[in-house]
Design a protein around this ligand. Sequence first.
Ligand SMILES: [Zn+2]
Length: 429
Amino acid sequence: MGETGKGADESDDSDESNSNSDKKRKGSRPQFARAADCAWGLFEPQGGRSGRDRTLEPEGVRPGVPERASNGAARARPGIRTAAHADPPELQAWLRNTDGTTGYAGILADVQTVQYTDDHVWVSATGIPSYPIGPWPMNPNDATDQDYRVRIPRIPAEQTGAKTSTPLGRIGAFTNGVAIYNPLDAFSFQNRGVWNQNAVVNEAPSFDSCLGHAPPNGEYHHHQNPVCLYTASSPQHSPLVGFAFDGYPIYGAYGYANTDGTGGIKRIESSYRDRDIAHRQTLTDGTALAPADWGPPVGSNTPPEQPLGTYVEDFEYVSGLGDLDEFNGRFAVTPEYPAGTYAYYATTNSDGSSAYPYILGSEYRGIVDAANFAPGQVALDPGALTYTGPATGIPVLPSRGSFLICVLLLAGLGLARSTGTRKPRNVGS
Ligand SMILES: [Zn+2]
């Protein structure tokens, strides 16, 4: 609700990209519980690393290059089915729809095609996830097929000049093709553009249980941690959940405690906090505002008072407060990048709620491919190849429902095994 500027995309409802040959290939889809998934999800050793090459790579070097299949030496990705991870994450992490799975309103779900050259990855998607979405209380908008294609840089590099602000609309894509939005909702106090509304707070009544919703153009999106895409849990490094349009990967809420991959797993903490203000009369940098630009008083949820967090200007970045920089990222080893990569994190609080700035901050750290900000489809390089590797997507853990199915399946297997021996089970041994 509230996002603007992309309504023209609604008229483009061609399903050209959905009729690609990619659907002919049948691949494993990790989000549904099967006995093998149960065994993997419950018993695969987690958190260990190969111990090889812990040297962090310099900026501008493509992370993961040694993992390219062309060298024939696939590097193991710890804790994840290793045979399926011979290709670079920016190709393989996408949850490609290889079996025609549909989501909301019968729309083809997840990513339709992944195409690439040495420098870019093109991702075509409907923007509809395979997990159930809706309903959207207090939101008149519906989620529709966006039939979009974006272009992700494969060699991300820091923007050393003026950083690019994250605009309204898509700022990146989750690995299932669902749009990532920044923390803004396009509204500001008295429309002055000084105190800008925090979408996670102000739009909360319109989110579904996956914390997503659609603006008038029908683009379903998350402004925050995608709680239905993966399960955040402290013993396990969160999966790679998306890519920003500057090419840097985005991880879920948990990562290695230390940037060199040591210290176990912890919740990765944002370095933003609520400002210590009673009045909205100054900006974060201390600039005194003219009275006309003052915001509503800080206080309760009863107008004219508005609690801290209502506006993004209610937060301040404090270097070193958490684990991440002002862009909500850091350079660190991850399971997919044993040599390290800069990455953003979908930050949460200790109670699991989303922590500002949620995914990316107000600016990208890297050089952004601005072609992605236009609605529709970014032009495809005629020399681009279609990625046909294993469609692993992210290592989605069993959902609560599938976890129960797993437990029942495994209990059944145990019962069958004990029945087969025709011996009474020696409970307690
Ligand atoms: Zn929104």
